[in-house]
Design a protein around this ligand. Sequence first.
Ligand code: ZN
Ligand code: ZN
Length: 227
Amino acid sequence: MLKEVKAIIIETIFPKTCLSCGKIGDFFCQQCQAKIRKIELPLCPFCRRISAQGHSCLKCRQKKALNGATVYGYYQSQPLKLAIKALKYGNIFGLSEYLAKILIEKIEKDNLQFDIITSVPISKKRLRERGYNQTELLGRVIAEYFKKPFFMGLIKAKDTLPQVGLKRTERLYNLKNSFVVTAGDIKDKKVLLIDDVLTTGATLNEVAKVLKKAGARQVWGAVLARE
Ligand SMILES: [Zn+2]
Ligand SMILES: [Zn+2]
């Protein structure tokens, strides 16, 4: 009740406006939301071949730890990019719930099954600078919705360079040994791993590798956008 009252007060003082065109109402007005290019076909997260349920395709599966991924839309379709950037740098109240809802719909549509949820962690240094981890905000809302535990035992131990702008080999080297499972039991669990943007799949795969080493049976990604 109190939470609802608080939400109403905040809503009155700071009404939500469309991130794209500024119209009052929601984070996206209907027209701008319609501009998001959604990913309707299930694709291999690595090579982007059509693959049932977004499974890593037969060829990629041999080399990758990530079992597959579901992705909501294309990052370059402007409204989605704006929203993801706003969540990352703007700390906008309620936006994490809004974006989590979008991803929840996609997870349900693709009928992904899982036992536990986690998100791609950021380093302590980055967390101090930003104050929060945007993928964890999403992951916690999603975990609460599906009534599944949120796995806290995954950390980013090494501060890496942003993956954007690095060459393929540099990306892999950059990520090597950067994620660590410190505690908690994920033995035989099917893990759903939340992230905001998928580029080559290197980050999700690196985290999947670490989770599987710690005993996870399967690791699936659920991501807002693909580059
Ligand atoms: Zn709009
Ligand atoms: Zn593939």
